[in-house]
Design a protein around this ligand. Structure first.
Ligand code: HEC
Ligand code: HEC
Length: 375
């Protein structure tokens, strides 16, 4: 009997200790916005987010100690880097423009064009251990990395809070922490949200209001693909039974008259091998888009006015090249005439999607080092 009680007390203590290390995650999301799916929330905890935040800013995650996740995903640029593509630690040219890793908890598929990549835990393996291109160069260095992190008293504290049953770092803790932090990055407090959701009529300019009408209008068709609260038709939430997943060819390239894209970047076709998937990419969210230049999967469009004038208005940029409009472009990309004023106003609308809080929110910044940590 006494033995049984001791055992119960021990189990009770263990459960309390585990729960204390694993506080349920509270989304920092305004009340008008639906929450991400329950399954996403279930993988999160405050302590895993804290662990992931420390890892995200840690240059020990690259083979020569020069690169962290934040080298390419910089908070001040809405977690992009301002470059066309970013070289890896060995100088390998990047293949794709660095995307803004914001509101990913609502994205059912990840990366520019991979219908099979649905888990952030799996995505983060690519920059760490990928070899085409090499980014952080850690392939084969997994155990050395775990040992290095185990020797760091602060990292151990964060690990034990996030994963109380573990005695040291492993792949689950590394990817689970990073993924939890990345998913915690949300952005829903732009001037446009204050105007649209909170009823502040003066939060955006008359020019942006005209741009809003163009964006949602039938002439330009932008909102058919850049739809919903993240301005992307790739969207999942707690309120939807199924995720929405879409990829489109916007007619950027027509290398051969048949709609081919450059040889190193065929979009979804690189994954599926299907010819109709040539040039198809995920519709990017347009939140904070004014900060994420240059644009498109390969960073080949420099500015927002150029996106409108030189790409969409032409019915796809390929229209101005030797082979003309791409036969593979989405039927919604028909071209339109836009006055200078229209372009300016549409840009003003896109600028109203910039969330200054995202850029300075300390919850997303590099953590201060704890001076009192001892072994
Ligand atoms: C060398 C630059 C670079 C580094 C370093 C880097 N990334 Fe990225 N990241 C990219 C690029 C480029 C893509 C888009 C890849 C693609 O679509 O093929 C991307 C995509 C992502 C995505 C998917 C975003 C989306 O919109 O679907 C996540 C999540 C992500 N990175 C997290 C991380 C984390 C966590 C780290 C650190 C372990 C990291 N990245 C390090 C360049 C980088
Ligand atoms: C048929 C669907 C579709 C329509 C219509 C559409 N877009 Fe896009 N948009 C996309 C896709 C897909 C991409 C990525 C294409 C790529 O990288 O090759 C994109 C990229 C962009 C980008 C670059 C974002 C970044 O992070 O690089 C901007 C800006 C943009 N669109 C604005 C607009 C505007 C403004 C309109 C209306 C004039 C519009 N889009 C109409 C699907 C669409």
């Amino acid at each position: 009997m006494t033995r049984g009680l001791h055992l119960l007390a021990a189990i009770g203590f263990f459960l309390v200790a585990a729960a204390a290390g694993d506080v349920a995650y509270q989304w920092q999301i305004p009340s008008w916005m639906v929450l991400p799916p329950d399954a996403v929330t279930a993988t999160m905890s405050e302590s895993r987010v804290a662990l992931g935040r420390a890892l995200f800013y840690d240059t020990r995650l690259s083979v020569d100690g020069t690169m962290s996740c934040a080298s390419c995903h910089r908070q001040g640029k809405a977690f992009t880097d301002g470059e066309v593509t970013h070289r890896g630690v060995h100088g390998d040219a990047g293949l794709r423009n660095v995307p803004s890793i914001v509101n990913l908890a609502y994205m059912p598929v990840l990366n520019w064009a991979n219908p099979n990549l649905k888990s952030v835990e799996v995505q983060v393996l690519i920059p760490l251990f990928g070899n085409a291109p090499v980014e952080m160069g850690m392939a084969g260095k997994e155990n050395a990395l775990f040992e290095k992190l185990n020797r760091d008293c602060r990292m151990r504290q964060l690990l034990l809070a996030a994963y109380p049953v573990k005695s040291g770092f492993d792949m689950e803790a590394l990817t689970g922490g990073l993924a939890s932090f990345v998913r915690s990055i949300v952005s829903f407090s732009s001037p446009y949200d204050r105007y649209k959701r909170l009823g502040d009529a003066d939060a955006i300019s008359p020019s942006a209001k005209h741009g809003e009408a163009l964006f949602f209008g039938e002439k330009m068709e932008c909102s058919h693909c850049h739809s919903g609260p993240t301005f992307s038709d790739n969207f999942q939430s707690r309120a939807l039974p199924f995720p929405g997943i879409s990829f489109h060819n916007t007619g950027l390239y027509n290398e051969d008259g048949l709609g081919a894209y450059p040889s190193n970047n065929h979009g979804v076709r690189d994954i599926t091998g299907r010819p109709p998937d040539e040039g198809k990419f995920r519709t990017p969210s347009l939140r904070n888009v004014a900060l994420t230049a240059p644009y498109m999967h390969d960073g080949s469009v420099a500015t927002l006015p150029a996106v409108i004038r030189d790409h969409y208005a032409k019915g796809g940029r390929a229209a101005t090249g030797p082979n003309g409009r791409s036969p593979l472009r989405d039927p919604l990309i028909t071209g339109f005439s836009a006055t200078d004023e229209d372009t300016r106003d549409l840009v003003a609308f896109l600028e109203s999607l910039t969330d200054d809080n995202l850029l300075t929110n300390p919850a997303y910044s590099a953590p201060a080092h704890s001076p009192r940590c001892t072994h």
